[in-house]
Write a new protein. Sequence first.
Length: 238
Amino acid sequence: MKFDILTLFPEMFSSVLNSSILNKAQEKDLIDINTINIRDYTTDKHNQADDYPYGGGAGMVMKAEPIFRAVDDLKLASRDIAVIFLTPQGDTFNQDMAKEFAEEKELILLCGHYEGVDQRVRDELVTHEVSIGDYVLTGGELPAMILVDAISRMIPGVLGSEESAIQDSFYGDILDYPQYTRPQEYKGLKVPSVLLSGDHAKVDRWRRKKALKKTLLKRPDLLANASLSKEDKLLLAE
Ligand code: SAM
């Protein structure tokens, strides 16, 4: 999967996207993260990528021409690439969207800044508008990194074990179960004994019950739409 990230601040991406699991995924050629400075597509001598808004008002607006040129350049090889604009006005990002986008071969992520981008970009170029939540950030760079991370995790081979995605919260219908690691006891706090029993059936049952109860407590909305087995209903009632 190739991510083309259009931004005025490419330097923001390197430490986050070149660390840990995403770095390994790039080394294994499972993902390719291509940051593109929109300013490189300006044609005036000051490399101006933003300008005052028509009609007045505070702030600056990212100009249409450099973004059109950058997207046209990326689409030379294939016209059929989704262009995602990160905006607080978009559809709220979730795990299902991450799974769907992970099916694509290439995605263009457009990061707004200042007051956002010229509306003509949104009308003509953008195929999806995505928000990471109901709050406003200074730019689309952090949201783009969030999409790259969540989408990459859905690409086979990126995570060490496919199971680690399957058991995650939101991958299925419910939240993840509680996790413990060594030592067995810390400050008098003990790891539940069932996890040390070596009885895999018992461990699975305990984890399922904990996950169901946690979801009931924290996200009853998820549980209401979950497809629960007879056994799940019994575990919830225990
Ligand atoms: N004036 C814009 C509005 O009210 O919709 C907000 C502009 S915001 C200060 C600058 C840029 O940050 C946006 O163009 C967008 O790319 C990004 N951004 C801010 N909050 C976001 C969010 N919740 N989700 C995705 N992108 C966001």
